[in-house]
Design a protein around this ligand. Structure first.
Ligand SMILES: Cc1ncc(COP(=O)(O)O)c(C=O)c1O
Length: 495
């Protein structure tokens, strides 16, 4: 296998294009860069433009005996322990859409995590499936999303025996993984496939100190973003097929339906090269990343006022895991919201963090980090803390904590009157939030923290949800997905 994995058939085939002296009368119209704006060519590089060709008609010509994409995908499948793999050029977003178009049916229930990425919700709109949500628990102190409780999935499958699939996110944005092995056993006892949105876990198989990856743990289908954490170019991802419960032909047809017909060969080449590097050097690279993460964790935790969240948040939860390359830095103790801290890290200290919410800043550590980048991160946080020492937090921490703890009960049990698809195509109107109780939501509203939609399209909005949102606004919560970010108004289905 090591020998096989030292090959990179797609990368190699793509590079030969330059040597062939091809004169293209085909896309892209910039024709090896000659027709591109010169200032763009200068910025991006003439060689990069000369290699910007589409897959079909560029790297892959129909007269070639072997499609290098096919070979590259099979090498990726073998490395991730999968039966098949599909390269994607529009991120895990494409994978989530294709997964729903493959594993669900219009009007039939599908068990879905309530803390889903918006692309899973888009997949529900495309497919017309009826979501039955499982709500992950929240960590008591930090309010962070925890794993999906296997018991909740078992209950949902018993209540909805005609469900076609279970779809979860693992790891979460902040690095918590679910007990995939147990979830897979439960799903298989009920004869349904388990799909894992593993967008945040492309690196998991490559170091024993990281939580187990989805496919080797028994998941039937997973999607993972190699651009996020594995060193591949932006937009690259892979769909991985595990067991026999997934019809791969249907999956490939679904991908073809939602993805461009002109995939850039350099994105496929990047996936192929990244796969080879992970196969040959992944463990060493990740050992270094984990070592740097521990160093950063220690240094940040020693700065008064900062708290770095770690694996302790899943203690006492059997089967749950935590990805230690993720740094979730709680900044409440230095009197800042995460959002403000992220803004100042970027503006004043040249540090671009991945994400922030009211409470924390999330920094990703990857195979691209070095001792120098870690030092820069720690220096920036230390400077921020020093600038802040005398300030109090701009919101009431206890009030927010109480709200976070209330999220699960508020979300649970909302009546799903219409499917997300029906709500999407229904005529809608905008009403004041204060008048929204009893109406059917036409848009999702997701407060950060904790990142669970409190309102999902097609659900009846209950009075306790309106009260929760009003208290959230007063506490400074931010809301994603709402067409009116101030949440004065909300889009509902017209009556
Ligand atoms: C859980 C989850 N799934 C899917 C996606 C979509 O991934 P991509 O940006 O690769 O399309 C994201 C993006 O942040 C995500 O957080």
């Amino acid at each position: 296998m090591a020998d096989e994995q030292s090959r990179a058939p797609y990368l190699e085939r793509w590079l030969t294009y330059l040597e062939e002296g091809v004169v293209p009368f085909s896309t892209p119209g910039h024709k090896q860069g000659r027709g591109a704006p010169p200032e763009f060519t200068d910025a991006f590089g003439a060689r990069a433009l000369a290699l910007d060709i589409p897959h079909d008609g560029g790297t892959y010509e129909t007269h070639l005996a072997v499609d290098p994409l096919d070979e590259a995908e099979q090498l990726a499948a073998a490395l991730w322990g999968a039966r098949d793999a599909v390269f994607l050029v529009n991120g895990s977003t494409t994978g989530n859409l294709a997964a729903l178009l493959t594993l669900s049916q219009p009007g039939r229930p599908v068990i879905v995590t309530r803390a889903m990425h918006k692309s899973l919700l888009a997949g529900l709109v495309l497919s017309g499936a009826r979501p039955v949500y499982v709500v992950p628990e929240l960590h008591g102190e930090s309010g962070l999303l925890l794993d999906i409780a296997p018991e909740a999935v078992e209950q949902a499958l018993q209540a909805y025996p005609d469900a076609t699939a279970v779809m979860i996110v693992s790891p979460t944005y902040t690095g918590v993984t679910s007990d995939i092995a147990r979830l897979a056993v439960i799903c298989h006892q009920h004869g349904v496939p388990l799909f894992v949105d593993e967008a945040w876990g492309p690196h998991l198989p490559f170091h024993p100190a990281l939580p187990p990856a989805a496919i080797p743990s028994g998941a039937d289908l997973a999607v993972t973003s190699l651009h996020k954490l594995a060193g591949a170019l932006t937009q690259t991802a892979i769909l991985l097929v595990g067991g026999d419960l997934v019809d791969t032909a249907r999956l490939r047809a679904a991908v073809a339906m939602v993805q461009t017909t002109s995939p850039a060969a350099f994105l496929y080449a990047s996936l192929d090269a990244t796969r080879r590097r992970l196969a040959l050097e992944g463990e060493g690279l990740l050992a270094r990343t984990l070592e740097l993460a521990e160093r950063a964790r220690g240094a940040l935790a020693s700065i008064p006022g900062l708290q770095v969240i770690g694996p302790e948040i899943v203690s006492g939860r059997p089967g749950a895991g935590f990805d230690r390359t993720r740094l979730v830095v709680d900044v409440q103790g230095i009197g800042l919201t995460g959002l403000e801290a992220k803004r100042r890290l970027r503006r004043d200290h040249g540090i671009a963090a991945e994400m922030a919410d009211l409470v924390s800043v999330v920094c990703l550590l990857t195979v691209g980090d070095t001792p120098e980048t870690i030092d820069a991160l720690v220096r920036a946080f230390a400077a921020l803390a020093a600038e802040q020492r005398a300030h109090r937090c701009s919101y009431d921490v206890r009030e927010l904590g109480a709200l976070l703890r209330a999220t699960g009960p508020v979300v649970a049990g909302a009546p799903q009157v219409l499917t997300p698809r029906e709500a999407y195509f229904a005529p809608v109107e905008r009403v004041p939030l204060t008048a929204a109780a009893g109406r059917i939501a036409a848009e999702p509203i997701t407060p950060y923290p904790p990142g669970i939609p409190v309102v999902a399209p097609g659900e009846a909005i209950r009075p306790e949800v309106v009260e929760f949102l009003q208290a959230g606004i007063a506490a400074g919560m931010r809301f994603n997905g709402a067409s009116d970010p101030t949440l004065q108004t909300i889009r509902v289905v017209h009556e």
